[in-house]
Design a protein around this ligand. Structure first.
Ligand SMILES: Cc1cc2nc3c(=O)[nH]c(=O)nc-3n(C[C@H](O)[C@H](O)[C@H](O)COP(=O)(O)O)c2cc1C
Length: 340
């Protein structure tokens, strides 16, 4: 069995473009898109990391020795921890690793299932970039969440039909990909979607529909109006708008407005169980992790991502232990101090 350090060292040797920094915080790769970095000055990726560090965990050490349980669920599907692999596409192009997206997705989906959690899968400018990952989700009994880019209607429609046929647990759309300049100019361009467009898209989905890339209260209200079952509070890892706020900064306000009417997930530079704890305390139903999950697969295939998820789970357990939490439900707002 490999250790995380071995997986990480191997990822570093495989990636020609990503430096696999000891702290993956967007500083070294500012502006490197394509590549693993944030858009423009890279400030949004760096901010994602900085704002998480401004949240502190309250200690509560007079407590019992009960077993600590990180179990949760994803729209009713049990998971060992409410942490999911984020959709990532273009592994070779962005990381400089010799790995086809299909192979990446197979290992990612399998490793997440081995860790008793789930992976979101990606999409791209060529049809195969959705068909391949979707086929892998299908082969794994639908245990994955295909994430569709905001293409023109017909191109979203056939993708949703494939996801329905493949029994995907849920269907997501990264509507903020309308900010990715390479996709705006592609043969099938991405574009913006109105509430009415999204209602139509939601009506086609046989399973929960999640909007990825909501970063404001106004956006959350529109997602509710469109009938979404969940949102991912996200700035796409800082890759769609320079100077955008981070997901963690916007999370609490959005959770308050949503008031339990849909699930609220968050992503952006989550790197440890402590970071996950902070989002859960601010009301998130779950957290997605992007770049390190990719590094884990590149460095150790399915085993690598399983080891990574288990590492995050252990860290989450430690944070829970030191703050007097026995279950995910115990991670309440009073367990953190927000200093931003
Ligand atoms: C190289 C790369 C490719 C990505 N591809 C996709 C994608 O195909 N679909 C999508 O919804 N998000 C995509 N994302 C964004 C991630 O899903 C996620 O929102 C973000 O990376 C989370 O931040 P983190 O990587 O700092 O954890 C991509 C991100 C990176 C770095």
């Amino acid at each position: 069995m490999k250790t995380w350090n071995e997986v990480y060292a191997n990822a570093k040797s495989q990636c020609a473009k990503c430096r696999c920094c000891p702290v993956c915080d967007g500083r070294a790769c500012r502006g490197e898109t394509p590549g693993p970095g944030g858009k423009g000055s890279g400030s949004a990726f760096v901010r994602n990391s900085e704002m998480l560090k401004k949240i502190l965990i309250q200690m509560d050490t007079i407590t019992s020795n009960e077993e600590i349980d990180t179990a949760s669920d994803f729209f009713g599907h049990p998971v060992a921890l409410p942490v999911y692999a984020a959709p990532i596409s273009g592994i070779e192009q962005n990381y400089g690793a010799k790995m086809r997206d299909d192979d990446y997705t197979r290992e990612l989906v399998e490793g997440c299932l081995q860790a008793n959690t789930l992976a979101f899968t990606g999409d791209g400018m060529h049809d195969e970039m959705f068909k391949g990952p979707m086929e892998i989700v299908k082969q794994h009994n639908g245990y994955g969440i295909p994430t569709i880019k905001p293409w023109q209607y017909e191109h979203m429609k056939w993708r949703i039909e494939l996801a329905n046929e493949g029994n995907a647990l849920a269907i997501a759309s990264d509507i903020d990909a309308s900010g990715l300049s390479n996709l705006r100019n592609s043969v099938t361009p991405v574009g913006f979607k109105s509430v009415e467009d999204l209602k139509e898209i939601k009506a086609m989905c046989k399973v929960p529909f999640i909007l990825k890339g909501i970063l404001s209260v106004a956006g959350a209200r529109k997602a509710l109006a469109a009938g979404a079952d969940g949102i991912i509070v996200s700035n796409h890892g800082g890759r769609v708008l320079d100077d955008s706020p981070s997901g963690i900064e916007m999370l609490e306000e959005i959770v308050n407005v949503v008031d339990g009417r849909m699930k609220v997930f968050v992503d952006g530079a989550f790197r440890s169980g402590n970071d996950v704890f902070k989002a859960l305390a601010l009301g998130a139903d779950g957290v997605l992790i992007g770049r390190p999950a990719s590094q884990a697969v590149i460095g150790g295939m399915a085993e690598g991502i399983r080891i990574y998820m288990e590492k995050i789970q252990l860290e989450l357990k430690e944070a829970m232990a030191m703050s007097g939490c026995k279950s995910i439900q115990d991670i309440t707002r009073d367990k953190v101090i927000v200093t931003f």
